[in-house]
Write a protein that binds this ligand. Structure first.
Ligand code: NAD
Length: 355
């Protein structure tokens, strides 16, 4: 029997509630599979700061590196917003990604037919949307030096090396090969030197993937096209800051933020987490949607553990729960037959897996 070691970082706010539901679903899967899971809980975020004085204790990094994958809830909250920058939960998260070398952030934006009315766009525009945003995560303007500020001036540096662009481009092309075989690379090459390098390197790498069609688009146009005709996209390849913005925009095509998973992968351990934050406004009420986290567990099976079939089983169980009309509070006004709590939704999905 294979045993996968999963590091669980529940974090703050709704983090613990949604991770518990993902674990419920993973355990349901393990109950009839030839593998199972062992879990190690690690601290990060505000809760880690409160207990240790550091939002990212060293044990969390070393424990994560010893695992097969990390399943992450969310961190942050008002309570910690006024701490010095390096003590804030969000700084811990950036440092964590860097330490684990997870340079590729994969964010699927898939519109569930059952929730077609939950989007703010017209059904005929979004029906069938299935986009994968591949965002570079540990380079670009969020990390480039020099950076700083004085009273009257602030500056950051958008910097990419050839190697950084090559490795994220390879990820995007490989993912496209398993999908509709189209990559649209997003940049601002009409203005930025760093984008000109980006475009040249992506074009060079594309010659290794002759079965994948490559196009380029300026980021401002991409922001428009996502609203105008989102079905035109298969894989969107972007740098860090452009991807941050465009992946949030793409996610909104799908309705609730509570539905969308993500994977951050690189050379070592993958980190799987919902795209939303710790939602302090609804924490502890049992109304958070756990689907984004359960779908993140599915991505973990697919991208880190090589358990594609098991991932498909989870995805099918999520779709079934939605098509049978089960909705958490965030989606209650969209064709709900029954509004359920966080833990009821987890149990419904887990039960569909067992059957
Ligand atoms: P948020 O994503 O936490 O919440 C935005 C809105 O969406 C809220 O109304 C919330 O109730 C709702 N929402 C989020 N997840 C939901 C779910 N699963 N089910 C139902 N509704 C859900 O963003 P925010 O309010 O801007 O940030 C709150 C805290 O989270 C901040 O401290 C922020 O820094 C942090 N944050 C953390 C991460 C992360 O851990 N990766 C990401 C984003 C924000």
């Amino acid at each position: 029997m294979k045993r996968y070691k999963i590091a669980l970082i529940k974090g703050d706010g709704i983090g613990p509630e949604i991770i518990d539901e993902a674990v419920k679903v993973l355990d349901a899967l393990a109950s009839y599979s030839d593998f199972d899971f062992s879990y190690e809980e690690l601290l990060m975020g505000g809760v880690a700061y409160d207990m240790t004085g550091d939002p990212l204790p060293q044990e969390t990094i070393s424990g994560s590196l010893k695992s097969d994958a990390v399943l992450f809830g969310a961190i942050g909250g008002q309570k910690w917003d006024n701490l010095p920058r390096e003590k804030r939960p969000e700084s811990g998260l950036l440092r964590f990604r860097k330490e684990l070398g997870v340079y590729a952030n994969l964010r699927p934006a898939v519109v569930y037919n059952e929730l077609i009315n939950a989007s703010s766009l017209k059904p005929e525009i979004i029906k069938g949307v299935d986009i994968m945003v591949v965002r570079e995560l540990i380079g670009g303007i969020y990390f480039g030096e020099p950076k700083g500020r004085t009273k009257d001036k602030g500056w950051n540096t958008m910097l990419y090396t050839r190697k950084e662009v090559e490795r994220i481009a390879h990820q995007a092309f490989k993912i496209a090969q398993k999908r509709d075989k189209r990559v649209c690379s997003i940049d601002k090459a009409n203005v930025l030197d760093v984008s000109q390098l980006w475009r040249d390197v992506v074009t060079e790498i594309s010659s290794e993937y002759p079965d994948v069609e490559l196009s380029h688009m300026y980021v401002d146009n991409a922001a428009m096209q996502l609203i105008l005709n989102p079905r035109q996209f298969d894989v969107m390849l972007t740098g860090n800051i452009f991807g941050d913005i465009l992946s949030d925009e793409a996610s909104m095509l799908c309705g609730s933020i509570g539905l969308l998973p993500s994977a951050s992968v690189g050379e070592k351990i993958g980190v799987y987490e919902p795209i939303h934050g710790s939602a302090p406004d609804i924490a502890g009420q049992g109304i958070a949607n756990p689907i984004a986290t359960i779908a993140s567990a599915s991505m973990m099976l697919r991208h880190s553990l090589g358990e594609e079939e098991a991932a498909n089983i989870i995805d099918a169980a999520i779709t079934r729960a939605l098509s049978e009309g089960y909705r958490t509070q965030d989606l209650a006004q969209f064709d709900a037959k029954e509004v359920c709590s966080t833990s009821e939704m987890g149990s419904i999905i887990a039960n569909y897996i067992k059957r």
